[in-house]
Design a binder for this molecule. Structure first.
Ligand code: FES
Ligand code: FES
Length: 164
């Protein structure tokens, strides 16, 4: 059965004819032709498919496209953010396969911290959440990197956080 959903993908409105069972990842890659989000595991375990859906990070392989008619989708290809330069400066990738997902996830992490999510127990309720290496690693733990670039990825996220 063919249906359709309309999504705004990296700023462009797209009406996408799809089978209702189509994931957002397959809709983006196979119907829109946006190859930025990657299919790693296709089972919600690696984070390579991470995109921003109405501003929040989601695993697009676990998200049904038809359930988000009218939504705004931003992939790493459509994101303009200090993170891209930070990943270059910090040498935060090797093969690059995980990188689009890492960047989308990191953009959401910086928004989450910026929105005042408490990052540690503190007596000072007005204190800014501290973007420690441990904090970044914890928040990025859903994004795997088979090349093991984790140390540099954390450095890149912190650099971009300081640049905001
Ligand atoms: Fe979606 Fe691995 S491809 S989490
Ligand atoms: Fe190769 Fe992360 S840079 S998987």
């Amino acid at each position: 059965m063919e249906a359709s959903t309309t999504l705004r993908v990296d700023g462009a409105e797209r009406r996408i004819p799809i089978d209702p069972r189509t994931t957002l990842l397959d809709a983006l890659r196979e119907r829109v032709g946006n190859l930025s989000p990657k299919k790693g595991c296709d089972h919600g375990q690696c984070g390579a498919c991470t995109v921003l859906l109405d501003g929040r990070r989601v695993l697009s392989c676990l998200t049904l496209a038809i359930a988000h008619d009218g939504a705004e989708v931003v992939t790493a290809a459509g994101l303009t953010h200090p993170l891209q330069q930070a990943f270059i400066d910090q040498d935060a990738f090797q093969c690059g396969y995980c990188t689009p997902g890492q960047i989308c996830s990191a953009a959401a992490v910086l928004d989450e911290v910026g929105n005042g999510w408490p990052s540690h127990v503190t007596e000072d309720l007005d204190a800014e959440p501290e973007l420690t290496r441990e904090e970044v690693a914890e928040r990025m733990s859903g994004n795997l990197c088979r090349c093991g670039a984790y140390v540099n990825i954390v450095s890149a996220v912190r650099q971009a956080g300081e640049a905001r």
